[in-house]
Design a protein. Structure first.
Length: 141
């Protein structure tokens, strides 16, 4: 693991440097899917940054779908799931948004994972976790 401090004089913000380092280590296999990352305290020492910077870097990585934070466990590398394909008919509107707290619980979504909302011409809505489904033009759902 690259434990060298980030460069505070760099044009690249410290938070992004930390996110870059962790992302690279995930992509290089230093951290495996399902593996819990070192705690924030360790990362602050290794990278020479504040806890707030580490947390913000982890938020970036959650938004990218690379990690998930589980209360009382920590932040771990997300396992890549195969996405189910959902065909949508003409007239179906697809939007993305962050889930409500109830939706996060219902779908067991980690922080940072959005949902897709399919609004059908008759006004009915279907909510799908964006990390598990891909929509494609096709037949009626």
């Amino acid at each position: 693991m690259d434990r060298t401090p980030v460069d505070p004089t760099s044009d690249r913000p410290v938070v992004k440097q930390v996110a870059d380092r962790i992302r690279t280590q995930i992509q290089d296999g230093v951290f495996q899917p399902g593996q819990v990352l070192p705690g924030e305290h360790h990362m602050t020492e290794w990278f020479g940054v504040s806890r707030a910077s580490v947390r913000e870097a982890l938020t970036i990585l959650r938004g990218e779908g690379l990690v998930e934070t589980i209360p009382r466990v920590g932040t771990r590398v997300r396992a890549e799931r195969a996405k189910a394909t959902v065909p949508i008919a003409a007239g179906v509107q697809v939007t993305a948004r962050m889930p409500s707290e109830a939706e996060r619980r219902e779908y067991a979504l980690p922080l940072g994972v959005p949902v897709m909302v399919l609004t059908h011409p008759d006004g009915t809505m279907q909510v799908l976790p964006a990390d598990r489904f891909a929509v494609v033009a096709g037949d009626e759902v």
